[in-house]
Write a protein that binds this ligand. Structure first.
Ligand SMILES: NC(=O)c1ccc[n+]([C@@H]2O[C@H](COP(=O)([O-])OP(=O)(O)OC[C@H]3O[C@@H](n4cnc5c(N)ncnc54)[C@H](OP(=O)(O)O)[C@@H]3O)[C@@H](O)[C@H]2O)c1
Length: 419
């Protein structure tokens, strides 16, 4: 069969050349993946697969694609700058594709995440978690549900913090039924992050039952709800739930995390802040202090990106403010997955995501790494984890102390009436 070069093959070429030049994460730490092969597989999936009759054709197309990409790379190897394109690539005469790299770092970062290396920490090699107490917010579905399943399989006690008891109990029963051999526990904890006045009660309910908390995964989130959606207190819904609500919940649990860290094994007590690749793509500056109420309206996607950038800023600042207490603070991009998160996103975005998404369990692997990998130490406190569990450089401006301090103070002011 003939390989049909299309826009995604062009994309694959740019992805390969830029990620291999700009991103030190691909192929690092002795992983055996070949980024070029990986991009070729992607291109075959996007451009060729619709016309592929069977698996042999698929493999032929993949081999053709790899050869095509290698020729392209060789033909441009003298160029030190990222490729700018001016024509459609042809099968016979490789040329640069028609993309302009205006933000090479963020694009490179996105592309390296399209085809991440295999996860290193999974249910297969996770040690026993008996005697540990965890909270996973928003774990009634999606990535959170996959995460509680892995933790429960390893005998952990996990609080399923969610706003719908019916949905959470259905998830709990499903996981319990599928893992009858576990000696762990799954317990529902009511938590509605869209109403700051209810969060103290949720934290208190937990604290009345437990005297330790080993890892808090701030996983709950919303993406691109109807424009104009706000929290009970009138904050834009994404900033309110993803950033403000999670911040306040963490604040109430902080003393217990600190107390646990005094007796728990070093580096084991953590707060994991689930952000997104959207944080990397957020406008700059990511936090617009003059427009926190969106009096100047922005797109729902922009608002999502800003809220996820805010999560990273909180994570970095939490690390600075709790330094010496033995708690590690890590933010992450879990990867791309079809879940209920896209319930209100435009169809075009869903279709695009369908092409690149993996089973949601992979997002849980990224979270598992951030919360429990022994690879993460004090040195990585405040750091960033990429899919499906790799320590990489985060977006530098989100880690800046001046921004962290200012945004932390702003957030403190918003939650003060609810302390
Ligand atoms: N899926 C992806 O591709 C992707 C990519 C990057 C980052 N993420 C992040 O990963 C996290 C998990 O997302 P997901 O894909 O698993 O989505 P999901 O299936 O929609 O799960 C999100 C969870 O958050 C809960 N939640 C929403 N609003 C809440 C509120 N006000 N109070 C308490 N809980 C609330 C949801 O509860 P209900 O079911 O009751 O609404 C649900 O349990 C999110 O933070 C998301 O931004 C996901």
């Amino acid at each position: 069969m003939k390989l049909r070069p299309g826009p995604t093959l062009a994309f694959a070429y740019v992805a390969y050349t830029t990620t291999s030049k700009l991103s030190p994460t691909i192929g690092s730490r002795g992983r055996k993946e070949d980024p070029l092969d990986c991009r070729a597989r992607m291109a075959v999936k996007f451009d060729v697969k619709p016309g592929v009759a069977d698996i042999n054709d698929y493999e032929d197309a993949y081999v053709d694609c790899t050869v095509w990409l290698r020729r392209l790379v060789m033909s441009s190897s003298s160029s030190t700058s990222p490729p700018h394109i001016n024509s459609t690539p042809s099968h016979e005469t490789p040329r640069h594709p028609t993309l302009l790299l205006s933000q090479p770092h963020s694009l490179a970062s996105q592309w390296s995440n399209l085809c991440p290396p295999a996860p290193v920490l999974t249910e297969k090699n996770l040690p026993d978690q008996s005697n540990k107490v965890f909270i996973v917010t928003g774990s009634s579905g999606g990535l959170g549900k996959e995460l509680i399943s892995i933790l429960y399989e390893r005998n952990a006690k996990v609080y399923v913090a969610a706003r719908s008891e019916t949905k959470a109990m259905a998830a709990i029963h499903e996981v319990e039924r599928s893992l009858p051999g576990s000696t762990g526990q799954l317990l529902f904890l009511h938590l509605d992050l869209s109403d700051l006045s209810t969060i103290e009660k949720s934290a208190q309910t937990f604290l009345e039952r437990e005297s330790r908390l080993d890892v808090l995964w701030n996983n709950a989130g919303v993406m691109m709800p109807a424009q104009g959606s706000v929290t009970t207190q009138g904050y834009e819904l994404q900033m309110g739930v993803n950033a403000l609500g999670s911040f306040l919940f963490t604040k109430f649990l902080h003393p217990t995390l600190a107390a646990t860290a005094r007796t728990a094994p070093r580096n084991s007590v953590r707060v994991v802040w689930v952000s997104s690749s959207a944080a990397v793509m957020a406008p700059s500056p990511a936090i617009d202090f003059d427009n926190m109420d969106y009096k100047k309206d922005e797109s729902a996607l922009n608002k999502y990106m800003r809220s996820k950038a805010a999560v990273v800023v909180h994570s970095s600042e939490f690390a600075r403010r709790t330094a010496g207490e033995g708690i590690l603070s890590i933010s992450l991009d879990p990867g791309s997955f079809m879940t209920d998160l896209q319930r209100t996103t435009p169809t075009a975005m869903k279709l695009l995501l369908r092409l690149i998404s993996r089973p949601p369990k992979y997002g849980a692997y990224t979270q598992l790494f951030a919360g429990l990998s022994s690879e993460i130490t004090e040195e990585n406190n405040g750091g960033w984890v990429a899919p499906f569990g790799r320590l990489v450089e985060g977006r530098p401006d989100l880690q800046e102390e001046s921004l962290g301090s200012k945004f932390w103070e702003w957030t403190e002011e918003q939650v003060r009436p609810f302390l």
